[in-house]
Design a protein around this ligand. Structure first.
Ligand code: HSE
Length: 308
C-alpha cells in the first residue's frame, strides 16, 4: 500500500469532571486526510483545504506529530500529507487532535503498523503540544482508540479505555466564535483549593464507576466541573441558560467541550437528545450568532480508513 485515505473524527475533551484526562470520540464530524509514501525522506504537507493553516511541518500539528513518529523509528522514509479540514480550528471539538492523530495513524498503516494505537498517542500528543502550548492527550486518545478514554498520565503515556453505556448520546453545539486553546488555558487559575479538588476527584471517580455500571443517575450527579468551567464559561455566550435549559429537558450533564467555545450535553437516549437539541437551538437562535448543532452517538471505532 502506497497511499491511504482516512477519516479522523472530532472529539470532546474533559467531559466536565475530567479536565485534561477524560474524552470521547464523536461520529459525524471529522477531517479527511490522504497520506502517501514519497521518494524523498521526511514529511511534507502538500495541501490543506477548508482552513488557513501552515504547510510548514514544524508549524502544523500533523507535521510535528508525523515527524515525532519518524524520529522514533530513525527512518529515512518519506511521506506526503493532504488535509481536508471539516473541523474548525479553535472550535473546541479537537481540530488539532484530528490532524495530529490522522497523520500518525496514516503513516503507521503505510509502514505496516510498527506501533500500537496506544503508542501512537505519544506522537499525536506532540502535535497537540504545538497547538495548545502544553502536552495533553484527552482528545487524541479517544480519536485513536475510539469510545471514551481516561488519560491516567502522559509521561509515560498510560490510557484506560472506558466502557460506553448503550444509550449514551451526545449533543454538540458550536457557536461560531474562535477560542484558541492556548488562550483558554491561560485564563485558568493555577491553584486549586483542597475543597474543590476533593469535589472534583469524587465526581471523576463516580463518573467512571457509573460508566461501568450504566448508572445514568450517578453519571448525572457526577458530570460537574467545579474548577475550570466557572472561568471558561464566561467566554461562552448564554452558557448558563443553555445549561439550565438542557438540564430542564433531561440532559444528564452539560458543559464545555474541550476548551470551548463548543458545548456538549450527554443524555440517556436519542429522544432526550432531540429535546436538548431543540432547547439549545431555541436559545442560541435568538442571539444572532452563527452556530451548528448536532446529535452524535459515542463513536466506538475512532479514526478509520476510507475506501479510495
Ligand atoms: N483538556 C484540554 C483543555 C482540551 O481543556 O485545555 C483542549 O485541547
Amino acid at each position: 500500500m502506497d497511499e491511504i485515505k482516512i477519516f479522523s473524527p472530532a472529539s470532546v475533551a474533559n467531559i466536565s469532571c475530567g479536565f485534561d484526562v477524560l474524552g470521547f470520540c464523536l461520529g459525524p464530524v471529522g477531517d479527511e486526510m490522504i497520506i502517501r509514501k514519497s521518494d524523498s525522506s521526511g514529511v511534507k504537507i502538500i495541501k490543506i483545504e477548508g482552513q488557513e493553516l501552515p504547510l510548514d511541518v514544524k508549524k502544523n500539528v500533523a507535521g510535528v506529530a508525523a515527524e515525532a513518529l519518524l524520529n522514533e523509528l530513525k527512518t529515512e522514509r518519506g511521506f506526503e500529507i493532504e488535509i481536508y479540514k471539516n473541523i474548525k480550528a479553535g472550535s473546541g471539538i479537537g481540530s488539532s487532535a484530528a490532524s495530529a492523530a490522522g497523520a500518525v495513524f496514516g503513516i503507521n498503516e503505510l509502514l505496516n503498523k510498527p506501533f500500537t494505537a496506544h503508542e501512537l498517542i505519544n506522537f499525536a500528543m506532540e502535535g497537540e503540544g504545538l497547538a495548545s502550548g502544553s502536552v495533553h492527550a484527552d482528545n487524541v486518545a479517544p480519536v485513536l482508540l475510539g469510545g471514551i478514554t481516561l488519560v491516567r498520565t502522559t509521561d509515560p503515556i498510560d490510557v484506560v479505555q472506558l466502557p460506553t453505556p448503550k444509550e449514551l448520546t451526545a449533543v454538540i453545539m458550536h457557536p461560531k466564535i474562535e477560542l484558541k486553546t492556548v488562550h483558554a488555558r491561560e485564563i485558568i487559575k493555577k491553584n486549586v483549593t483542597m475543597e474543590k479538588a476533593i469535589q472534583q476527584w469524587g465526581n471523576l471517580g463516580a463518573f467512571v464507576s457509573a460508566l461501568y455500571d450504566e448508572d445514568y443517575d450517578l453519571m448525572s450527579r457526577s458530570l460537574k466541573d467545579e474548577i475550570v468551567e466557572p472561568m471558561r464559561s464566561l467566554l461562552i455566550p448564554e452558557f448558563e441558560s443553555l445549561k439550565k435549559a438542557s438540564k430542564d429537558v433531561g440532559a444528564l450533564g452539560f458543559g464545555i467541550s474541550g476548551s470551548g467555545p463548543s458545548v456538549y450535553a450527554l443524555t440517556k437516549g436519542v429522544d432526550t437528545a432531540e429535546k436538548v437539541y431543540e432547547a439549545i437551538n431555541e436559545i442560541i437562535s435568538s442571539i444572532g450568532i452563527d452556530f451548528e448543532i448536532y446529535i452524535s452517538k459515542i463513536n466506538q471505532q475512532g479514526i478509520k480508513i476510507l475506501p479510495d
